[in-house]
Design a protein around this ligand. Sequence first.
Ligand SMILES: Nc1ncnc2c1ncn2[C@@H]1O[C@H](COP(=O)(O)OP(=O)(O)OP(=O)(O)O)[C@@H](O)[C@H]1O
Length: 590
Amino acid sequence: MPIRLEVSAMKTSMTPSPLADNRHAAAGYARKYFLPYWLNVVLILMKNMIGALLHIIPPFLSKYVLETVLPQQNWNLLIVVCICMVVAPITGSIMIIWENMWGRFMLTLSGKGRADLYNGIQHRPLEWLRHNRIGDLLTRILDDTHFITGMVNGHLGFMLFHVVTIIVGSSILLALQPLLASVVLILWALQAWMMSSYGRQIKRKAADTARHNSVVSETLRELVSGAAFIKSAGQEAKALRKVKECLRQEWEHTSRGIVAEHRVRLVNAVLNAAVLVLMYTAGGWLVLKESITVGSLVAFIAVYNWLRPFGMSMIDMTLTTLKIWPSFDRITEIAFSPAPPHEGVTPNGIVTLEVKGIAFRHGNRAVLNDISFQVKPGAIISIVGHRGSGKSTLADLLLRLREPESGSISLNGTPLADIDSAWLRRSVLCVTQDVLLRSGTILDNILYGSEESEPETIREAIRIAELEEWVSRLPDCLQTRVGEQALQISGGERQRISIARALLRRPAILILDEATSALDQGTERRLLTRLIENMKGTTFLFITHRLDIALRSDEILVMNEGRLVERGTHYELIRHPGIYRELWKEQDKR
Ligand SMILES: Nc1ncnc2c1ncn2[C@@H]1O[C@H](COP(=O)(O)OP(=O)(O)OP(=O)(O)O)[C@@H](O)[C@H]1O
């Protein structure tokens, strides 16, 4: 059944989701991954509770020794109590083994998180990808996820233990001496309140530092990847100045963050000392008034001293969490807002493409205006025009890398938006002039996306793309690695690799956007002839400045300033004055 292509009005999905929506999505994500492990979480909580109780036994035993064992002068009981004092906390510590066992699922979560982040980036609109700096994205994938991973793996369980311990410890303090405990707890609450207001400052500074770190990464990436260019332009000193300035700014931001953190620690130290002084003074006064026994005060102080380090490290952990929060925001900005690839209609058979009145603008500038045309299955079409007339933008729209502002594009009558996105990626392929090679071997690069191809088909593709001779001269032929040698692979060789790749993919529609511009005209002519013969049934859209292929096209679409201004065969167009005739004459002169 022939498939027709039609473009219908589509809504743009370029606007990124607001952060609040992303946080909501992140909460859903956490639910999705944590819920299957609810039993592990409950077990860890219970273990923490029992561990906290076991750790709190020694202070009570001290009270018992002072008030009962020593007055009775019971030597045997003293030994038993002392043994219990040692065994209880050790047992509590040994229980950490269970936590390692039950908490292992957290490790897998961090891996999934990083993969989701990459998935999020991959599914963002093209415009978003082009506007975001690579350095910034890398910082998000590597540094920000590293902080979060560390937090999930190291802190979460530990924090849980601290919270449980502090709750249990505070209850015991209240049970021992309600008045004294209230004073201590009020001071602690004051400390927590101060923390939260300083915390906002720390969070802001951390966000600032994260932003600057990503600018530094981006600048360094640019300067390192452009090192050869900088050298050839004799601009090494200027580049070095830029690096130094960048690092100076980074240091300034980091040090501002450190100063803010030190201020919080100082306030904490002062408050801790105040609590201690108050507790000894009030406790001593209560003993003198005979409101409590010395044993109770000793037990109270022992519980307090045992609890204090937990409070301190809780503050440390809260500070770390606050610093990590901006990383969390930066991740949720991309990881949880992708439009998932949707499963839509899968057109069968050959494909007819129809474009109806599409318009597109880059910012405020109209780049395409009222473009309409129809392409029958297996047709050869050339899209020509002056530079900047909108040809590549049109290709982006056909590939659904961008959405038209108005108008419609459809395949066999089904709008692109309703077509299964995986099918679309497989069936509408674009080969551009700038060919990016992946790390791996030459063969990996040819097979990318068609790994299941038969050896005979691969050989044929290599032959048609005229790669045979070049490959045979490589040290390991097809198995030669691209990585370090990438720079030595010429533009023409890269373009031929991507033509071979297209041959293996056998798309329904193949767009060649200046895909053979680096080849000499003789090679280009031969290669394209073989390509067309070999891919019968495929629709070809040639975007080109060389008009050789236009001669053999079923139809030529001539674009000017975003409009389709002429159409017809070479011989029809050449007869009348117009842009095509101008272009043809210009080429003739060359
Ligand atoms: N991301 C972008 N933001 C703003 N303007 C853009 C963007 N991409 C392209 N343009 C502009 O849109 C216009 C059309 O660009 P396009 O690349 O589609 O033209 P083209 O006909 O393919 O040009 P060429 O023949 O030089 O490849 C140009 O003026 C270009 O500068």
